[in-house]
Design a binder for this molecule. Structure first.
Ligand code: FE
Length: 228
């Protein structure tokens, strides 16, 4: 039986290489289209920056996510886990980058700005004191980033409260199980072309295009989540 298993395992790389066949399909990730034109967020977020950010940077994370998923599927087929550490790191980095950018585009709108309303506004007032307070915390979370990362307003389904987190890269410093509602990209590629080193000016501008209707809808859905 052990010999047979070794023979079958030995055929797996051949089967994949020659026939392009995977016994189990790897997960696939796709770059979502923007729901607005590249110039729609101007002057707060210029077209060239948005185009490069979406078409190049976000696309690179999608490609990296698919590559990591395919290599992990191949490793499972081959029962060869020598590179599991770097593959799982690559998967976490790239999938998280894909998720955060997908959210970021939806969190922005040409019709955005102003401030939240309804139950989200009430929750913010109760937990942060005021909208200005949470806005200042999120802005400071971006401007104090050492390296690359994000600011996120999240729903913690265990304590059932809102929190602000500073995400390093795309996947570090997270509250496990927390649901992102609003994310702001603090990577240099997000702003340098338009704002140069003035990250604070970028953050000030981005508040003018935050799609609070989207954030409120996410809050409504997330607050129904039961975990564990
Ligand atoms: Fe980005």
């Amino acid at each position: 039986m052990r010999v047979l298993h070794r023979v079958v395992s030995g055929l797996q790389p051949f089967r994949r290489r020659v026939l392009g066949y995977h016994a189990r399909m790897a997960a696939t990730y796709e770059l979502p289209d923007l729901s607005y034109d590249y110039s729609a967020l101007e002057p707060h977020y210029e077209a060239r920056t948005l185009e490069l950010h979406h078409d190049k940077h976000h696309a690179t994370y999608v490609e990296g996510a698919n590559t990591a998923a395919e290599k992990l599927a191949a490793a499972r087929e081959d029962e060869s886990f020598d590179h599991i550490v770097e593959l799982e790191q690559a998967l976490a980095f790239n999938v998280s980058g894909h998720v955060l950018h997908s959210l970021f585009w939806l969190n922005l709108s040409p019709d955005g700005g102003d401030k939240p309303s309804g139950t989200l506004a009430t929750a913010i007032d109760q937990q942060f004191g005021s909208f200005d307070s949470v806005r200042t915390q999120l802005s400071t979370t971006i401007t104090t980033l050492q390296g690359s990362g994000w600011a996120a307003l999240v729903w913690d389904p265990i304590a059932r409260c809102l929190q602000v987190t500073q995400i390093r890269d795309h996947q570090h410093n997270q509250i496990q199980g927390a649901v992102p509602l609003l994310v702001i990209d603090g990577w240099e590629h997000a702003f340098y072309l338009q704002y140069g080193p003035s990250k604070a000016d970028y953050v000030d501008a981005i508040w003018n295009v935050v799609n609070w209707a989207d954030v409120e809808a996410r809050y409504s859905r997330a607050s129904d989540l039961v975990l564990p």
